[in-house]
Unconditional design. Structure first.
Length: 174
């Protein structure tokens, strides 16, 4: 399931989401994918995202959208660093943010958009109201599980269905 934008009450089955994006004229390009915060930052949540990232690394894939990881606590950050998930997530292009609420409570100063720029983000956070994450009312914020957020970060677009679609790997030259 993917929820949003602008309300948690609007929910789409993953199999219907690409069509909903097109029919509702939501910005298809995924600018930022965010996992973590206090909502989905347990060791288990991060491992599920790292499992997707591990498969991508094995195929030489990198995130096509900005991808951020916000551990919910210093203990979670230290544990995922110790067990290798942090290296895997940063290996696909992820950036680790501070162990703080940040984008989840609207304290996110984005440098890739200005107010009024229609764009899409997807998070594993718990809210997606207009302006909630970055104070831009034109940011279409969607909510999904950490593994769906990670898969969409790799695709860089909301119309990718990780259950049925495939991503191309870099081709060997020669």
């Amino acid at each position: 399931m993917v929820n949003g934008p602008f309300t948690p009450d609007k929910a789409w089955k993953l199999s219907e989401f690409a069509q909903a994006v097109r029919e509702n004229n939501y910005p298809e390009e995924l600018r930022v994918a965010l996992i973590g915060s206090c909502t989905n930052s347990s060791y288990e949540d991060i491992e599920r995202a790292a499992s997707i990232a591990r498969q991508a690394l094995a195929k030489g894939l990198k995130a096509r959208s900005e991808f951020t990881i916000t551990p919910g606590s210093e203990q979670v950050r230290a544990t995922i660093a110790k067990h290798g998930q942090l290296d895997i997530l940063t290996g696909i292009g992820g950036k680790v943010l501070a162990n703080a609420c940040g984008p989840c409570i609207g304290q996110w100063k984005r440098h890739d958009v200005t107010k009024g720029d229609r764009n899409s983000i997807i998070t594993s956070f718990n809210r997606n109201f207009a302006g909630r994450n970055d104070a831009n009312p034109d940011t279409h914020a969607f909510v999904a599980s950490p593994e769906i957020v990670t898969a969409l970060a790799l695709a860089g677009r909301l119309t990718f269905n990780p259950m049925t679609d495939a991503l191309e790997t870099a081709r060997a030259s020669g």
